[in-house]
Design a protein around this ligand. Structure first.
Ligand code: G3I
Length: 455
């Protein structure tokens, strides 16, 4: 399925043949529903682009203090399409004195990301660690109120800018007890976690709300089961939880295990998204990185992967050299393995969906040509790829049909109109093919290319 902007409005070779087949077999297709069109996108050359072609994001933790490092930002801007502030949204950073909020460093990261079309994961609203001194010394109902106010204020401040929040972080004990961590927050009452989620939902109804933890990767571990039981309970009682984050800090004491995929799929089966939120692997085994990516791609509700830093020297565990780039910013073998896994990933077992029904349209004029092709499709979203010819410094305007929303883009710099439905994509030096993911929200109309102009 193809649409073209300016000039020839029909697809030419393979797509035209496919169109003919579709027309000839329309009745049959109507009866059987063309459930899944194989991806037509070429293999991506960056982590973000390749993940996006699989309907996922590939993100990294970002430190505001490193945004002035050109080597760092070059890799960040080239490779990643999601960022998580490493420390800048934590409680001690955002509310250093009670009732006095400080968002400067976090906003620096948010603005850097969003101006380049990257999405932002918020980390974290409620946590026993990195509390400011005033909160550490609080207890009881005063602490409960302060915590809820913090959640409300911060989530409200970043409303519309953060796609997913780690609402609560690391609330369970390690070891075999399966118990809640004995923190000052826990001592305010066992319902503190759900109270935090309800406050976050009220403050930002559109953000995905996640529970995030470490050592929850091994399906057989008590901590994993304890979190699973909490999520199951929350879903059964209508507590607003949308996703579970698996930090996945793998090392010799807490290694990757082959049942990781079972863990991801078991949580997803509860009706939540799953995200790999802080991935690093001691020694950066290429095989282990590849396995993690393959596991995520095999689980339809695994939205994406975030590595916890860019270069080894950026890591909280720098001596373990656990990341995808060495300290000079060069790609490691693990990078190649991740990129290859993203490009050759297994096909998610998503439910079939109905193909778009809007016929190709002829957009108004422009001084270059933009051709939109359908690409991979999942149960809730689909990818489109636009090929531009006639200019290298192009600007292409694409419109989606409400309530559709573009959730991800690659190989271009997007801006949106105030409705959020019209995307202006500008070339960013990544070539003449860009792509984007559209959340269908129940509407499968194909996006329309409105114009292609030379900038
Ligand atoms: O910025 C100050 C600096 O001015 C000061 O001189 C120095 C002295 O120690 O500290 C610096 O702050 C440090 C900060 O990282 C920035 O580098 C803090 O001490 C240090 O505690 C903090 O560590 C962070 C850690 O969370 C704190 O718990 C790591 O960067 C961060 O990567 C790590 O991230 C956590 C996730 O949030 C949750 N999951 C586990 C993960 C790893 O611990």
């Amino acid at each position: 399925m193809t649409e073209r902007c300016q000039g020839d409005t029909r697809p030419r070779t393979g797509p035209r043949a496919r169109t003919a087949i579709v027309l000839a077999a329309a009745a049959l297709l109507a009866a059987t529903s063309a459930a899944f069109l194989p991806g037509t996108a070429s293999a991506g050359t960056t982590l973000g682009a390749s993940a996006a072609e699989k309907g996922r994001y590939f993100g990294t933790a970002v430190a505001a203090s490193r945004l002035s490092d050109g080597n760092y930002t070059t890799i960040l801007n080239r490779e990643f399409n999601s960022v998580t502030p490493e420390n800048e949204m934590k409680i001690d950073a955002t509310e250093p004195q009670q009732g006095r909020f400080s968002y400067g460093a976090a906003e620096q990261i948010v603005n850097h990301a969003r101006s380049r079309g990257m999405s932002v994961r918020g980390h974290t609203l409620a946590w026993h660690s990195q509390q400011p001194p005033w909160m550490e010394s609080m207890s009881g109902s005063a602490l409960r109120s302060a915590m809820l106010n913090h959640v409300t204020q911060v989530a409200t401040h970043f409303r519309g800018q953060v796609v997913a929040w780690d609402v609560v972080n690391e609330a369970f004990e390690d070891g075999t007890s399966g118990a809640r961590r004995n923190s000052n927050l826990q001592r305010t009452g066992n319902d503190w976690i759900e109270a935090a989620f309800r406050a976050a939902r009220a403050a930002d109804p559109n953000a995905k709300l996640c529970y995030n933890d470490y050592n929850t990767d091994n399906w057989t571990h008590a901590k994993t089961q304890a979190v699973y039981n909490m999520v199951r309970d929350f879903k059964s009682r209508g507590v607003p939880i949308d996703c579970v984050g698996f930090q996945s800090h793998f090392n010799n004491d807490s290694p990757y295990v082959s049942n990781y995929r079972t863990t991801l799929s078991s949580f997803a089966a509860l009706g939540v998204d799953v995200q790999v939120t802080e991935l690093d692997i001691q020694g950066a085994s290429a095989a282990t990185y590849r396995s993690v990516v393959e596991d995520c791609l095999a689980v339809a509700r695994c939205n994406g992967i975030t590595v916890w830093g860019i270069r080894d020297s950026d890591s909280w565990r720098a001596s373990q050299t656990p990341l995808l780039f060495n300290s000079s910013g060069q790609k490691k073998a693990a990078y190649d393995a991740v990129l290859a896994a993203l490009n050759n990933g297994t096909t998610p077992t998503d439910p079939p969906t109905t193909p778009p029904t809007t016929p190709p349209t002829t957009p108004p004029g422009g001084s270059c040509t933009a051709t939109l092709q359908d690409s991979t499709r999942w149960g809730d979203r689909f990818n489109s790829q636009v090929t531009v010819s006639g200019a290298s410094n192009w600007t292409v305007v694409v419109a989606v049909t409400p309530p559709q929303k573009v959730s991800n883009t690659w190989n271009g710099t997007p801006t949106w109109d105030s409705s959020g439905n019209v995307m202006t994509m500008r070339s960013n030096g990544s070539g003449n093919v860009f792509g984007f993911t559209t959340m269908a929200n129940g509407t499968w109309t194909r996006p329309v290319v409105r114009s292609c102009t030379v900038s």
